[in-house]
Design a protein around this ligand. Structure first.
Ligand SMILES: *Cc1c(COP(=O)(O)O)cnc(C)c1O
Length: 423
């Protein structure tokens, strides 16, 4: 669909929903409501995805098996707990474009980021600097600074920010190239968010990876806002590692487990340093307990502990929906749905709305970040009161993220109508 074929009417939005092959997935989710039971316009899947209706059932199954089997659930449960993380791998791998052996669900995002830096940030006195994008999520910045500090480097000097130019909102790839030309000898790691949480800009993973590798730097990708939103094609694009969480676009519940990708080229590298735990040890001899650590080849070898089954049950419930819908279809709808949001925002009279997210669908996921002229948080609060759940970032940005698996064209239409009335 092109902009020319969109229409600014409720009837059009409803018709799009009727013709949308993924529209049926909406009823697989609990949509939050107001006190009177009226559904909110929920456009905040970039922060916390909605609960699939099956989640309770999947978790309840594990609670039942625990009460029935006790410890024997590790082998006797319908989905035995011992290999439980393996039930997630294949479906997760498809969503991030990886081979199953390159992916594992474990820990949480920031923990995984540290574990990956233990292995892939191996600074020397000459080559120790880390590049991140300037508006990186605070947790990533803290993690990186603490790694620099841990290795005895000055965290100001060791951290290089890839910044938008003065007066611009978005980062330009040429500027990253320039950083690498000027400081490549000193840079040990590039850690870039695939999709920036603030501007919604998606970065070219392949180009970044090639650039980093040309300069002998390792490349890590933070997929917090990418997993379940864009297709990062991790295997093809070739970064050394990637980390993500599953509670945003992947709808696995607050604080649920994160994901981790280690590229196949590192699967059997016994020279890599790592922080180890028993769940990363060879499955055949894990319970012998008296062995030297013998890591499982691939991403699973970075596991530390036996993982929380209840959280993984929630991830299974969500991944089953993604798998049924097909991620290519989800992404296709996403491009059209966000295109519709963009179209409607542009229809608002005057120049009150500035969309700071890139206009090229290849350079963004579903989220649009907008600035409203002369607006403050008051406007955002009014939107919330009118039943629109979006997200406010100081000083003046509203983030709107129609998640294609449960949001409708009607949601998008209603959101913009309400915004227009408030202006
Ligand atoms: C959401 C998000 C996080 C959150 O980290 P947790 O360890 O899951 O709490 C970290 N980094 C980025 C870029 C995020 O968007």
């Amino acid at each position: 669909m092109t902009t020319a074929t969109y229409e600014n009417t409720l009837a059009f939005a409803k018709e799009q929903d009727q013709n949308d092959p993924l529209h049926k997935f909406r009823k697989e989710f609990h949509i939050p409501t107001d006190k009177n039971g009226k559904e909110h316009v929920y456009l905040c899947g970039n922060s916390l995805g909605l609960q699939p209706k099956n989640t309770q059932k999947y978790i309840q199954e594990e609670l039942n098996d625990w009460s029935k089997f006790g410890v024997e659930g590790h082998t006797e449960a319908k989905h035995p707990w011992m290999p439980y993380h393996e039930f997630l791998t294949e479906k997760m791998a498809k969503i991030v474009g990886a081979k199953p052996s390159e992916v594992v669900m474990m820990n949480t995002l920031t923990t995984n980021l540290h574990l990956m830096m233990v292995s892939f940030y191996r600074p020397t006195s000459k080559k120790y600097k880390i590049v991140i994008e300037s508006d990186a999520f605070p947790s990533d910045k803290y993690a990186v600074e603490s790694q620099l500090d841990f290795h005895g480097f000055d965290k100001k000097e060791g951290l290089i920010l890839w910044k938008p130019r003065k007066g611009e909102e978005l980062c330009r790839f040429e500027d990253l190239e320039k950083i690498m030309e000027e400081h490549g000898d000193e840079i040990a790691l590039l850690l870039i968010g695939s999709t920036n949480y603030y501007t919604g800009q998606s970065f070219p993973i392949k180009k970044i990876t090639e650039l980093g590798h040309q300069h002998n730097a390792k490349v890590g990708i933070d997929l917090a806002h990418g997993a379940g939103n864009i297709q990062p094609n991790l295997h093809e694009n070739g970064p050394d590692f990637a980390v993500w969480c599953s509670y945003k676009y992947l709808n696995s519940g607050p604080g649920s487990l994160g994901g981790c990708f280690v590229h196949e080229r590192h699967a059997n590298d016994s020279n890599l340093k790592r922080f180890a735990g028993w769940w990363g040890h060879n499955k055949q001899t894990r319970f012998n307990m008296r062995q030297e650590f013998d890591p499982i080849p691939g991403a699973e070898g970075w596991q530390l502990s036996n993982p929380p089954i209840l959280s993984m049950a929630a991830i299974r419930a969500s991944l089953d929906l993604f798998d049924e819908a097909g991620f290519d279809n989800i992404r296709k709808k996403s491009v059209e749905l966000t295109g519709y949001l963009e179209f409607l925002l542009q229809e608002i009279e005057g120049d009150q709305i500035e969309i700071i997210t890139p206009r090229n669908p290849e350079e963004r996921g579903c989220q649009l970040s907008i600035k409203v002229k002369n607006a403050n948080k008051e406007l955002f609060n009014k939107l919330m009161n009118a039943g629109v759940i979006a997200d406010w970032r100081e000083p003046n940005v509203i983030r709107i993220a129609p998640a294609p698996i449960y949001n409708s064209y009607e949601d998008v239409y209603n959101m913009v109508s309400i915004l227009k009335e408030l202006l």
